[in-house]
Design a protein around this ligand. Structure first.
Ligand code: GLA
Length: 667
């Protein structure tokens, strides 16, 4: 991409044609160069089966083109028309409790229903033929948020498709029995058609069945996407995407999705009431870049409040700009909003937009137009990647497995640990990539595994090889316990990491709710590479404790209290040319966790900028350095030189960044 794509979802069908002229004029004024069109217009362009009305869409595509605005053409399949639901009631979504969901909203269909699939193919073909070579159409926006409300469907068609999927995966039902450990409770299957979808059932449903059901459900949506993408490609050269929901959609495995799309695009909305939501945004952007393997687009974010949270807090002054530029800093080549013009009717009328109900004499509009102008000056960043020395392991399948029922503690939550480790690194100004545990990790100085409950044999080998070859690895508790079918690795825990970490676990000792155990530095641990004590006084841990037995590793810190008082809590194992660290408890954020990561970063030789205040984000992307001040204080960032891309000011030594503002430097 040469220019940064800027714009949003545009729903002209909600407005009289007179408004369209004003829209395109204002889009030009704000620097909008791309809009997503027709994302939800199926009921309008195909009013009855096989009858089409292109008058509105043809007109608006022509008007946008005349005004130099590109089209990201939607396929409207996430909101099937009422006539299709009436004609084929069997396409309706069935939830885990067996309830068939009514219409009146979007998404309420089964991705595996043949009649839905055929209707999707038919409308997509019509769109592809009609607009595939239109010069305004720059890309295809297939569907909308696969898995948003219909991630799993439990109807009869889904169950049949699941049985077919299992037959393809395992070929022989005895291989399925073996993989799923069905000897337990004698839950053996004699043919694939005996397998039921894991709908509401007595507790203790085979976890391996549940995991494969989640894989199947993910694949059912991918199959719908791939069918549409292939149809479009027969008539059009334009690249295809679908908007992901990273990291907030648990049900889709975006490592798998990323290989299916031509451009990775993501929707991200702040959880407004979280004080650290700017860190969560960075995590989303880093994860999106990582699944993309390079630049990507933010397909939707908001100019201000959304409408679907308990309290829809408006963005504070400057936040729209900070959020947008943080996405750009972390690899986005396109910044799009939901939506262009605020809707008057329907479910989302209280959602912010680029053009609010209040029109152009508003702060939101002025911010939107100012950002559009600035993006022109920043186009030199497009195509550039973001370099990271550190990778954090992220695996959706392991997340699914960890949060199934009957774990040693309900406090074992995937995102809780990942976010704690990510936030500590973020505050230490370390830019990270995310990586799948089976990915090539050799380019990273440090790999962090905050929650890797399920690790395959391949992942286990990969991590061991990484350390032996000189890598530094930090692992948090309850990692490497099971394989991809939720079967415990042979022998003592953590079977997939025992050798790498140089220890084994005799017994888990999950803690009571709100219990916190004090830790103390091991007398022999000494100081870290920077001369600091390996664990400062007052450190503690929550959620977890365990009876660790060392087998090659040495203790860095011990539990000072609780069921494992006197036993190791943090360990270090030198293996081959590398080092593996282990934390057997949820180390305090801002305390022991920072100390452990600092020690591991130092040992791995990861450089960090010195003297940058906390909550000032510093990210380097290609030729540019982004400084984003999330505080309400003016700050000065030392030891930086460069020219301010937006003002032309030259800095030679230290760079002032005013409260809430963003400075972008170029060498
Ligand atoms: C999602 C959808 C949009 C809109 C926004 C509102 O991201 O894709 O259509 O509903 O949420 O925040």
């Amino acid at each position: 991409m040469q220019t940064i794509r800027y714009g949003g979802d545009y729903n002209p069908e909600q407005w009289p044609e007179e408004t369209w002229l004003e829209d395109v004029r204002l889009m030009n004024e704000a620097g909008v160069n791309l809009v997503s069109l027709g994302v939800f217009n199926w009921g309008i362009i195909e009013p009855a089966r096989g009858e089409y009305d292109w008058s509105g869409l043809d007109g608006i595509v022509a008007l946008l083109h005349e005004h130099g605005i590109g089209v990201n053409m939607g396929t409207p399949t996430s909101s099937p028309p009422a006539w299709l639901r009436k004609e084929h009631p069997e396409i309706r979504l069935v939830d885990a409790d067996g309830r068939t969901l009514a219409g009146g909203s979007r998404h309420g269909v089964c991705p595996s229903a043949p009649a839905y699939r055929e209707a999707c193919a038919s409308i997509v073909e019509q769109l592809a033929v009609r607009y595939g070579n239109h010069p305004a159409v720059e890309m295809w926006h297939v569907h909308n948020e696969y898995g948003w409300a219909n991630v799993e469907c439990y109807c009869a068609a889904s169950t049949r498709a699941f049985q077919g999927w299992l037959a393809e995966q395992y070929e022989d039902v005895d291989r399925l029995n073996e993989a799923w450990g069905t000897a337990f409770w004698g839950l053996v299957y004699r043919s694939f058609d005996q397998v039921e979808a894991p709908a509401a059932a007595p507790p203790g449903v085979n976890p391996a069945l549940q995991l494969d059901w989640k894989r199947f459900s993910n694949d059912a949506h991918i199959a719908n996407y791939a069918m549409q993408r292939d149809l479009l490609a027969r008539h059009s050269q334009a690249p295809a995407t679908t908007n992901f929901m990273i990291p907030n959609c648990e049900g889709m495995d975006y490592w798998r999705w990323a290989g299916e799309v031509d451009v990775v695009s993501n929707n991200h909305y702040l959880i407004a009431e979280r004080e650290d939501h700017h860190i969560e945004l960075s995590m989303s952007a880093d994860l999106t870049r990582s699944v993309a393997g390079g630049p990507w687009m933010i397909m939707e974010h908001s100019t201000s409040a959304v409408n679907w949270q308990p309290r829809n807090i408006a963005k504070t002054p400057g936040e729209l700009r900070r959020n947008s530029l943080a996405h750009l800093a972390r690899g986005a080549d396109g910044l799009m909003f939901f939506q262009w013009r605020a809707s008057r009717a329907g479910a989302e009328k209280f959602h912010s937009a680029m053009l609010p109900h209040g029109g152009t004499d508003t702060e939101v509009w002025r911010d939107v137009a100012a950002l559009g102008a600035d993006l022109k000056a920043l186009s030199g960043v497009t195509g550039a990647d973001v370099a990271a020395d550190v990778a954090v392991l992220w695996d959706w399948e392991s997340w699914w497995a960890l949060e199934l029922e009957w774990r040693p503690s309900v406090d074992l939550r995937f995102r809780e640990r990942v976010e704690a480790y990510y936030a500590s690194l973020w505050k230490q100004h370390v830019t990270v990539d995310f990586a799948h545990p089976e990915a090539d990790l050799s380019g990273y100085r440090l790999v962090v595994a905050p929650s890797s409950y399920a690790l395959s044999d391949a992942a286990s080998k990969n991590l061991r090889g990484y350390v032996e070859n000189g890598g530094h690895l930090v692992v948090s508790y309850f990692s490497g316990i099971v394989d991809e079918h939720d079967t415990v690795h042979p022998g003592a825990h953590p079977g997939a990491l025992r050798d790498t970490l140089g220890l084994w676990i005799e017994e888990f000792h999950p803690l009571h709710e709100d219990e916190r155990l004090a830790l103390e530095a091991d007398p022999g641990a000494g100081v870290d590479a920077g001369g600091r004590p390996c664990l400062e006084g007052g450190a503690g841990g929550r959620i977890w404790s365990e009876h660790l037995r060392l087998d090659g590793a040495r203790a860095v810190a011990r539990f000072a209290a609780g069921p494992d008082a006197g036993r190791p809590a943090v360990t270090r194992h030198d293996l081959g040319r590398g080092t593996a660290w282990y934390a057997a408890t949820a180390l305090d954020e801002g305390g022991g966790l920072d100390v452990l990561l600092r020690a591991a970063l130092d040992a791995a030789g990861v450089e960090r900028p010195a003297g940058v205040p906390e909550h000032v984000e510093l990210v380097r992307r290609g030729p540019m350095i982004f400084l984003i001040n999330h505080t309400d204080q003016d700050v000065t960032v030392p030891d930086l030189r460069g020219t301010d891309v937006l003002t032309g000011a030259v800095h030679d030594g230290s760079v002032p960044v005013r409260a809430g503002e963003v400075v972008i430097l170029q060498d």
